[in-house]
Write a protein that binds this ligand. Sequence first.
Ligand SMILES: [Fe+2]
Ligand SMILES: [Fe+2]
Length: 371
Amino acid sequence: MNAQTAFMDTDFTQLLVNSVESGEDAKKKALTNTVLAPRFYTTDFDAMDKIDVSSVREEWDLMMKEYEGDNNHDHFQRDATFAEEVKTLMSKLDENLKQEFYDFLIGSLTSEFSGCILYNEVRKNISNPDIKKLMTFMARDESRHAGFLNQSLKDFNFGIDLGELKRTKKYTFFRPKFIFYATYLSEKIGYARYISIFRQLERNPDKRFHPIFRWFERWCNDEYRHGESFALIMRADPKLLKGINVLWIRFFLLAVYATMYVRDHTRPALHDAMGLNATEYDFAVFKITTEITKQVFPVLLDTDHPKFKEGLDKLTSLSLLMDAAKTKKGIVSSLNQALLAAQALIVFGKLYFLPVIKSELPLQVRMTPTW
Ligand SMILES: [Fe+2]
Ligand SMILES: [Fe+2]
């Protein structure tokens, strides 16, 4: 999962880890809690225990059969050419691209592991058989994903001690409904991102600079299914999709879209190397995600609105200024960071109040991924 949506609670005294030279740097990066960095979550387990999926029973049971079938059980293992590919391809990359790639691996690992921990904690703290089973399957998948990413970090001696990360990283409390909105979106946008990268590199194999991208197609089907689970949980409780909650849905949609856009625009070399234009890629990912969210959300963001891109670009420039400010210590830098954060909040607010598109919920919740 990729839930990196807590816009509050940013530590302005935290210095950014700019480059990763050692396992220690990789660990520090994974421990960082900035607006853009993936977080760890905890929630209200008693409320999770009370989830009732009986109104979507038929679709739910079919989905559980898919989890049981576990069609990716043998997927997250390296093949014979993996190590050789890492050696030959990576030796050709310049330092800048390598750093962006490490950043990508560490961020992805932290997100995957964040899902793993949350799903596992929910599993351990509830007795509701439907949800317990679901959490067991999702934790299984995320643990495989995290482990596979960590193997790639270990190739460069940047492996992260996940037990230690679990013990030392800060946890953010989210009410269950916020977990549903944020995690649903993270899973679905994660799918859209991975499938878009996979298709791009399928068309341009010369741009595949690391073998891990060959795994993305079957990988993203897991994320897609995790998203389906949250879609069913939300559709089973219609009040989560009505009234004041629609405002929360808008907030999470914007937070997830904006976070991705800003973060991707801080990694220009990575997108260049894959032959992707970060802006076009992100808008294509928005399109796919928006199409999918019709299964559960009564409102969609109008990403074609000209003010939408304008706002995201402003947030990106503010974030780059913030990164520069974070390399300096002292009161002036802290004030400067607070000012930039306030400006970002205003831009975010303007984006939030752009008109949205109303959407009728379909009778059948589940959707076949066709991308
Ligand atoms: Fe995952
Ligand atoms: Fe996932």
